[in-house]
Write a protein that binds this ligand. Structure first.
Ligand code: GCU
Length: 425
């Protein structure tokens, strides 16, 4: 008897192991069928932009809300904002710097989010890129005036992050990711927030915690945690990007009609969801966003939803766990997320060595979102074959796969500026 139990235990463990094993082999991708982007849930063919806007788009938004990112459980705008610091002398006099605090209050709770803005000087209202940063606003430039966040951050002794707070030691360490000076020189502003100000990134390692960040401000009746169909961290970050946009609408130096939402990796997932929901964003850029971002889930290549939901259980909504290792049963796939951005320009960027984020799956999302762009008379990606390395495509759906690994590089920024120049100037 004992022998049988042992035998079955081994078989079950092998199965679990096989199911969780990361696949990097194209020949092992299962056959899959994507949800038809141009057929409504009731089986009606969508043939024009009007029925896309009035019927199919709202259906897809609801499916993503219910099953992937979670719904924001109410309206919450900032109660007020304060420009806490301003200078006309940033980057040796080339740029204006503003530091603004957005203040949110509800349920007897309060949250402050710090927005750091650099704008090129003397150019009237300027277009801006808005992006989260990973380690605090003070890490995006070697600028001693940038204020330090007081929000929770994971510890890292090399960068002087102790007691879950940032210190001076990490000033400027993230400057390569956002390339502020390059943007200023090209006539664009950059606005950035520490993602942890909106919602601390506490995953399985730190222990998910729904009592901090923005969530408690919208809890009702002693609620302690978002319901299974409600927002967690990615949706909270997406929501925060829209609140930054609310502020831009009030800032006379910013062109509110030319706001480009950008995000790298986990912040790329949030940028796509923000751009999908909030049509005020004029352009959306996802850099190496991978699973739960631009990559098709059904390919099961690199990171899978099940793995992401284990390591980062706080990112997607509770309902998403129903699809762990059952991608074929998903009611949506990520090409539909890209299509929600239509007809606005969207850029998806992959990196050759970043197999974890499934470059080909990111490219195929662009390809399969194309029919929706075509309904608006826009050109997307015409061939299912990936372009060569470092050979960007720049129609209304931009795409490149560059050499190198998971990061944001000079090459990436050069393409984003070019893409914005083509589509927004
Ligand atoms: C992890 C995670 C990815 C995420 C990335 C990042 O690798 O698995 O989904 O995109 O972190 O944000 O850097």
């Amino acid at each position: 008897m004992k022998k049988y139990i042992l035998f079955f235990a081994i078989i079950i463990s092998i199965n679990i192991y096989a199911q969780n094993e990361t696949n990097y082999d194209e020949s092992k991708i299962p056959e899959y069928k994507l949800p038809d982007i141009l057929v409504s849930e009731k089986g009606k063919k969508i043939t024009n932009s009007r029925s896309w806007i009035t019927k199919r788009r709202p259906e897809i938004v609801s499916l993503f809300e219910e099953n992937i990112y979670g719904k924001v459980p109410g309206e919450l705008k900032f109660k007020g904002y304060k420009v806490v610091e301003e200078s006309k002398d940033a980057f040796n006099g080339k740029a204006i710097r503003k530091q603004v605090v957005l203040n949110f209050k509800n349920n007897g709770k309060e949250l402050n989010v710090g927005l750091l803005i650099y704008l090129p000087k003397n150019e009237g209202k300027v277009p801006v890129f808005v992006s989260y940063n990973f380690w605090g606003n003070h890490t995006v430039a070697d600028d001693p005036e940038i204020l330090l966040t007081e929000s929770w951050i994971s510890n890292n002794s090399d960068l002087g992050r102790t007691n879950n707070r940032v210190t001076e030691q990490s000033r400027g360490v993230g400057k390569k990711l956002l390339s502020v000076e390059k943007l200023i020189d090209a006539g664009y502003g950059l606005a950035t927030m520490f993602a942890g100000d909106v919602d601390p990134d506490k995953g399985a390692a730190a222990g998910p915690d729904y009592s901090d960040g923005i969530h408690p401000l919208l809890y009702i009746n002693g609620q302690k945690k978002p319901l299974d169909y409600e927002w967690r961290t990615i949706a909270a970050w997406a929501w925060g990007l829209s609140r930054a946009l609310d502020y831009f609408e009030m800032d006379e130096d910013i062109d509110q009609n030319k706001v480009i939402v950008f995000g790298h990796s986990r912040h790329g997932k949030a940028a796509l969801w923000a751009g999908a929901l909030d049509q005020r964003f004029a352009m959306v850029i996802s850099n190496n966003s991978g699973c739960g971002g631009a990559a098709l889930s059904r390919r099961q290549f690199g990171e899978r939803l099940g793995g992401m939901n284990t390591e980062f259980p706080h990112w997607l909504c509770g309902n998403s766990k129903k699809y762990d290792y059952k991608e074929a049963t998903l009611p949506v796939d990520q090409h539909e997320l890209i299509a929600l951005i239509a007809p606005r320009p969207v850029y998806i960027a992959s990196a050759e060595e970043d197999l974890w984020a499934d470059p080909k799956g990111e490219f195929l999302s662009a390809y399969h979102a194309t029919p929706v762009y075509e309904l608006f008379g826009k050109q997307g990606v015409l061939s299912p074959n990936m372009p060569e390395i470092n050979q960007p495509l720049m129609t209304s759906i931009g795409y490149h796969i560059r050499s190198g690994g998971h990061s944001v590089t000079e090459f990436d920024w050069n393409q984003y500026i070019k893409f914005a120049n083509i589509h927004l100037k």
